[in-house]
Design a protein around this ligand. Structure first.
Ligand code: IPM
Ligand code: MG
Length: 356
């Protein structure tokens, strides 16, 4: 097949991990005879420096035209002083909103070789395989904001339609897994959560009677995520709860650097990015973990290009590279020399049977 991919390397470690992800994508292209046409576009802090705007019009246009967007990471101290007029993050929120990417999938699974890497006990994290479905274009992130010297406000709003569609995405995926859906809210306090719970109940009863639904308050979910993470199959939640809980969930597998994400809308086009940030403290050293970015390529192949076998091959190649001990400093085994970003990319490419 032929597919157009917009590539956004971004800031900090973004370029380093994206290079490896792109090499893996091109290897898949060679091995399986697909033509991936890449166009690199400026976005985030880099774009603020170049154009005074984190999401320049040409970048947005290129993203709209692409079949999928691969993103590294954005942000950094240079653009985040409290006085900053424009921030890289606002570009990311606009991009998600403009493209209607309301469903953010964040899978978390623990590689057997990395049981000991988590700060939690190995027997707690062993066998964890869960998926967060985070609502991505509503809630407090997008409500009206106001600010004066003595007061600030961020409005949290959800419509029934926004809740319905995200619950459907999560329930459809749950059907392909263990048929269990955990809906996380704060309905003992928030009106938006009470609506969330009602709509969720209604959609599930009418359309997904075969999927077992459980509700949990977000505070309790934060605790259970650390206490009994294996029991979670698919979890669906609103924008900000999902942001917070997925960083927490990443610690189950030991490093934020391992986790990919897919942001999807109604069509096939999606935005794929590791969930980690730009990590300015380690940028430029060649030691960032590229596996989250590479696994994002797998999600891109699966969800935007419908190349399930290729997606699986990339996941297995990462699995194998980690199993063979190719581990960047964040997940390194005690007493072993940590791998560089490039070495990790090389190991995945070798496992895919490509020369790189
Ligand atoms: C994420 C990030 C973003 C978010 C930031 C960079 C705006 O934390 O993708 O989880 O809060 O959504
Ligand atoms: Mg986040």
């Amino acid at each position: 097949m032929r597919a157009a991919i917009a590539v956004i390397a971004g800031d900090g470690i973004g370029p380093e991990v994206t290079v490896e992800a792109v090499r893996v994508l091109l290897t898949v292209g060679q091995r399986y005879r697909h033509e991936f046409v890449l166009s690199e576009v400026p976005f985030g802090g880099v774009a603020i420096d170049l154009h005074g705007d984190p999401l320049p019009a040409e970048t947005l246009a290129a993203c709209r035209e692409a079949d999928a967007i691969l993103l590294g990471a954005i942000g950094g101290p240079k653009w985040s002083s409290p006085q900053a007029r424009v921030r890289p993050e606002s570009g990311l929120l606009r991009l998600r909103k403009e493209l209607g990417l309301y469903a953010n999938l964040r899978p978390v699974s623990v590689h057997p070789a990395l049981r000991g890497v988590s700060t939690l006990r190995p027997e707690v994290v062993e066998g964890v395989d869960l998926l967060f479905v985070r609502e991505l274009t509503g809630g407090i992130y997008f409500g009206a904001k106001s600010r004066d010297a003595a007061r600030a406000s961020d409005l949290c709003e959800y419509s029934a339609a926004e809740i319905e569609r995200i619950v459907r995405v999560a329930a459809r995926i749950a059907r392909t897994r263990r048929r269990r859906l955990l809906s996380i809210d704060k309905s003992n306090v928030l009106e938006t959560s009470r609506l969330w719970r009602e709509v969720c109940e209604r959609v599930m009863r009418a359309e997904f009677p075969d999927v077992q639904l459980e509700h949990m308050l977000v505070d309790s979910a934060a605790m259970n995520l650390l206490r009994r993470p294996r029991e979670i199959d698919v979890a669906v939640t609103e924008n900000m709860f999902g942001d917070i809980l997925t960083d927490e969930a990443s610690m189950l597998c030991g490093s934020l650097g391992l986790l990919p994400s897919a942001s999807l809308g109604e069509g096939k086009r999606g935005l794929y990015e590791p969930i980690h940030g730009s990590a300015p403290d380690i940028a430029g050293q060649g030691i960032a973990n590229p596996y989250g970015a590479i696994l994002s390529v797998a999600l891109l192949l699966r969800h935007s290009l419908q190349l399930a076998a290729e997606a699986r091959a990339v996941e297995l190649a990462v699995h194998r590279a980690i199993g063979d001990g190719v581990r960047t400093p964040d997940i390194a085994a005690p007493g072993h020399r940590p791998a560089t970003t490039r070495a990790a990319g090389d190991a995945v490419i070798a496992a895919l049977g490509g020369a790189g």
